[in-house]
Design a protein around this ligand. Sequence first.
Ligand code: TYD
Length: 216
Amino acid sequence: MGERVGRFITVEGPDGAGKSTLARAIAEQIEAAGESVVLTREPGDSPIGAAVRALLLDGDDLDRWTEAFLFLADRREHCLHVIRPALLAGKWVVCDRFADSTVAYQGYGAGLDVSELRSMNELATAGLRPDATILLDLDPQVALQRLSDKNRLDRMPLDYHERVREGFLTESRLDPDRWIVLDASRPPEEVRADALRLLAERFAFPVILSPGGDPA
Ligand code: TYD
């Protein structure tokens, strides 16, 4: 994908850390800087993805590899039909969860082979990698407490979520140029201000903050 023009930013971390709100704030900020943005998420932002999402989040227990294949199939469709075309058209893409979620949840969390999952991600994404990934790092106990509507994966035991957290942190250390790790136990406006400032520095777009720390 050497010819792409837009930038690709992903947001990772546990449910309950504020990923979706932050992804929206990032997209708004990039738009305010005069760029076109596509705000999207996984699983679920393609026609196939919606079906996969229903199966994954509400279905009975699935075999771990079956589950991984569903996330990967969703990712393949999402990359082909949403993310790649947007980047090629010069748009920025902000995605709430991406390939690192599969490595963290199905790999570190559920115990599937991490290097095999990495190779499968390469296939699913056709080599498309984020330019920057924000990790909202949060103690799983705090994250779970913040959730009112728990899905099947959220109801997994605490040690699973602890392995997922460590997995994200391990991945971030392997590729520090791509990852921006933020302590998400702080007030959301502080986390957001940090995220916007660090992204603005990295990509040289202006960041406009109101006195309260909210994007203007
Ligand atoms: P998410 O959309 O963030 O949750 P919600 O519907 O509550 O907003 O993600 C749903 C769940 O899917 C989440 O618990 C993490 C999990 N997940 C994986 O296990 N592997 C993956 O590759 C992805 C993308 C998500």
